[in-house]
Design a protein around this ligand. Structure first.
Ligand SMILES: Cc1cc2nc3c(=O)[nH]c(=O)nc-3n(C[C@H](O)[C@H](O)[C@H](O)COP(=O)(O)OP(=O)(O)OC[C@H]3O[C@@H](n4cnc5c(N)ncnc54)[C@H](O)[C@@H]3O)c2cc1C
Length: 392
């Protein structure tokens, strides 16, 4: 379903574009099942890696639809930027999630319902079908993700962190911001007083009658008071401008595969390589299929301009051999890279190589608005659309 290449993303976008306007707004909430997915774009695995970045997607949609027709689709694309901006300004939410997850994993008993759910043997038809779909394809429709998380947290009373981790390890688009914060939102931790409670009727209607769940759905939210609340947002920090150097290298990584374009426009690059921190993927037990998809997309984005490395030592050896003094990369998001970045920075510094992170204007424009809820955030969309019009 998902080819690990830019061409794969372009083809999927091409197929979807005619439906990205009012059709999308009308039908996006229906999960018709694996055989009929043309009401949504299914672009998320590529958007996640910025094989197809948000700005490219919005610009392409606006070539075929007016701003008002495409408003719903643009909003959804910007939800991703919102989550990323929100988490970047509250990084402790990810740390707290990791700590809480580790504690839940340590106390997980053999008999827990958890094992039945994640092996698709719970006996709850819809849950088992969604689990199988997730494991087989690495994708779930947005509504199915909401129902799944709601049943997991509120009906089955399982810890939300274990569910978030299960999604994170198997979704091709698995993303620390969108995934963790969506699970928090369903649990009622994101917006004070707001939880998402799935109902049998809603599932039956929006699964187009494929499911008619007979379980007793929770009507009151589960107690999640043990989880940490939202911290205050830290100020948005601008990054330092590019330092002067005539030996600049570019390190492309799986958090932003568009960076070869936008960083390459700012500076003359002498050598390019790719890096995906395999050790972190293994430590977090991320599915091999997810790692392979990202690894292959990274190779495709390099297009023969450099090697893909999976170890810090190999990156440092390459940079040294290429005589690089400044190594440029896109700022990685909060999550998988939290641990890798300081290690990479230190290993390069030991060889007198400076690691410099840069951020694309899209993120610098939006992140200051990820202050509270999406409603306030979306007021920044028109200015971004204007900027895109100037560029294109
Ligand atoms: C519990 C839960 C977990 C989720 N985990 C992830 C995740 O790990 N990674 C992820 O990318 N999305 C996540 N989402 C958001 C959303 O479900 C997916 O982005 C969407 O289903 C992807 O399918 P699509 O590409 O067909 O989306 P479309 O409806 O075609 O939307 C187009 C693009 O907009 C973005 N988008 C759409 N809806 C959302 C949303 N609600 N939040 C953030 N971005 C959105 C995606 O990049 C998507 O590709 C999660 C949602 C829930 C409820």
């Amino acid at each position: 379903m998902f080819y690990s290449s830019k061409q794969g993303a372009r083809d999927a976008l091409e197929r979807f574009l005619p439906r990205a306007g009012l059709d999308y707004a009308r039908a996006r909430n229906f999960d018709y099942g694996l055989e009929r997915r043309d009401n949504v774009s299914m672009l998320s695995p590529w958007v996640r890696l910025r094989v197809m970045p948000e700005w490219e997607l919005v610009a392409a949609v606006l070539q075929q639809h007016s701003v008002s027709e495409a408003a719903k689709f643009i909003d959804e694309v910007c939800w991703r930027t919102y989550w990323k901006g929100w988490l970047s300004r509250r990084p402790t939410v990810w740390q707290d999630y990791c700590a809480e997850l580790a504690a839940e994993q340590a106390s997980l008993s053999e008999q827990s319902r958890y094992h039945a759910i994640v092996s698709a043997t719970s006996g709850i038809d819809c849950m088992d079908a969604w689990t199988r779909e997730l494991l087989d394809t690495g994708y779930l429709h947005n509504h199915a993700r909401m129902w799944y998380a709601s049943i997991w947290i509120h009906t089955l009373k399982l810890p939300w962190t274990l569910g978030a981790d299960f999604f994170f390890r198997h979704l091709l688009d698995g993303d620390p911001a969108s995934n963790t914060l969506s699970w928090r939102w369903v649990a009622g931790l994101h917006t004070e007083g707001k939880t998402y409670l799935a109902t049998a009727d809603n599932i039956q209607q929006y699964s187009d009658g494929r499911f008619n769940p007979q379980i007793q759905f929770a009507t009151v939210p589960a107690d999640v008071s043990r989880s940490s609340r939202n911290p205050l947002a830290a100020p948005h920090q601008r990054l330092a401008p590019l330092p002067d150097s005539d030996r600049v290298g570019l390190l492309l990584h799986e958090e932003d595969l568009s960076a070869r374009n936008w960083l390459g426009e700012q500076v003359t690059v002498h050598a390019t390589a790719g890096f995906i921190p395999q050790q972190c993927y293994q430590t977090q037990r991320i599915a091999q299929s997810v790692f392979d998809f990202r690894h292959n997309c990274l190779r495709d984005a390099l297009d023969g301009s450099g090697e893909v490395y999976t170890q810090i030592d190999s990156v440092v050896a390459w940079a040294e051999q290429a005589n690089i003094t400044v190594l440029l990369m896109a700022e990685p998001s909060i999550g998988i890279w939290n641990q890798v970045l300081p290690e990479l920075q230190q290993a390069l510094r030991n060889k007198d190589i400076q690691l410099v992170c840069q951020r694309y204007w899209w993120d610098d424009h939006f992140y200051p608005h990820a202050q509270a809820g999406f409603f306030r955030f979306k007021k920044a969309i028109p200015a971004a659309i204007e900027q895109l019009a100037v560029e294109n």
